[in-house]
Design a protein around this ligand. Structure first.
Ligand code: ATP
Length: 363
């Protein structure tokens, strides 16, 4: 299994349309890297460049220290699993899985062993003689994954492999992929998804792509707890982090911010004397808001416009004049808060500070 290194990688279509630039990334053997980002940010393009299906127009891609920019896809030792399973409809599961090995003129013995191993990992043993049309969507996706496992690739690439599955099957197949990764701890995997939960649960590290480049790379919890700017702060986590304007009035280990809307925020993000008067956005995740007692200090005060009781939590949508609504997420059922004015606070450790879009932790 392999290390991957991308250095100053860029992609320009037709010589003029640049879609990616300055992509620098070190992927270690055994990692499961997830690419996330808004639609059109270049996730699939980057994956396809790694696979060799798309030309790299600048920079270098190395696999195990070897430059592979001009190496054809079949010789890169990479297997790609697509969202459309692309199985051959007239071939059995076994034949679908062994097709590439037959083309590569592997011995029957080798082919049998590879299929046996993949079928076992993916629990496909009962289905080996069936045609794809006699399988469920989740089983077909497992066959598509099996087809890559038998080739014993250096790197697995997954392009939204679960997006065609219904909600329950997505969860089940997500857990299978996590188990698959555990059963092959040395395999390197890169995974593109739109799904926050997939990214948070599967990734060893998440790469957030935006504005043609990498916004931040980190473990799921690093991105959740220490986003480097407002973009990542609002992209990771759902509903998105609230951003509320204010001005720094006290600096030090704890920073005190006077909120434009009237409250006071305390943050454990440290500041220095020079920061006094700094205009900031105070960031609080919906789940980090706490309802405050009457008379106590609060960060935000607003009238609850809509409540959504999800069972274990209630989402509170506050009226906001111009911006997106401020959202709170309180444990339990609080339908009674609709139409009421509520004051919310948060512990200083959960209060983020941004200036000009950048986290004060990363200045
Ligand atoms: N052949 C092409 N010529 C010109 N531009 C292209 C071409 N293929 C893709 N693009 C552009 O490159 C950008 C990145 O596309 P890509 O499919 O990689 O995005 P993505 O992040 O995977 O999007 P999504 O999340 O919607 O699947 C898009 O703006 C797209 O319009």
């Amino acid at each position: 299994m392999a290390d991957l290194k991308l250095t100053d990688v860029e992609k320009t279509y037709g010589g003029t349309v640049q879609v990616l630039r300055d992509i620098n990334l070190d992927i270690k053997k055994g990692e499961l890297i997830v690419f996330v980002g808004p639609s059109g940010c270049g996730k699939s393009t980057l994956l396809r460049m790694i696979a060799g299906l798309e030309k790299i127009t600048g920079g270098t891609l190395e696999i195990d220290g070897q430059r592979v920019n001009d190496v054809p896809p079949a010789q890169r030792g990479i297997a790609m699993v697509f969202q459309s399973y692309a199985l051959y409809p007239h071939m059995t599961v076994r034949d679908n899985m062994t097709f590439a090995l037959k083309i590569a003129k592997k011995s029957q013995d080798e082919i049998d062993r590879a299929v046996e191993k993949a079928a076992k990992i993916l629990q496909l043993e009962p289905y080996l003689d069936r045609l794809p049309k006699a399988l469920s969507g989740g089983q077909r996706q497992r066959v598509a994954i099996g087809r890559s496992i038998v080739r014993d690739p250096k790197v697995y690439l997954f392009d939204e492999p679960l997006s065609n599955l219904d909600a329950a099957l997505r969860v089940a197949t997500r857990i299978e992929i996590a188990q698959l990764k555990e059963s092959m701890p040395d395999s390197t995997m890169i995974y593109v998804t739109h799904d926050q939960v997939e990214a948070m649960t599967l990734a060893t590290r998440i790469v957030v792509l935006a504005n043609k480049g990498i916004a931040q790379v980190g473990t799921p919890l690093e991105l959740y707890e220490r986003p480097n700017g407002e973009f990542v702060a609002q992209f990771i986590g759902s509903p998105a982090m609230n951003l509320l304007p204010g001005e720094v009035v006290e600096t030090g280990e704890t920073t005190v911010v006077k909120m434009a809307g009237g409250g006071t925020a305390r943050s454990s993000v440290p500041t220095t004397d020079g920061d006094k008067g700094l205009k900031v956005n105070v960031g609080v995740r919906p789940e980090d808001f706490l309802e405050t007692e009457e008379g106590a200090e609060y960060i935000y005060e607003g009238k609850v416009n809509i409540t959504e009781a999800l069972g274990e939590v209630t989402l509170l949508y506050f009226q906001a004049e111009k911006s997106d609504p401020v959202i709170g997420k309180l444990p339990g059922i609080h339908a009674d808060l609709r139409g009421k004015t509520v004051k919310l606070g948060a512990v200083p450790e959960k209060v983020h500070l941004f200036s000009d879009g950048v986290s004060l932790l990363y200045r």
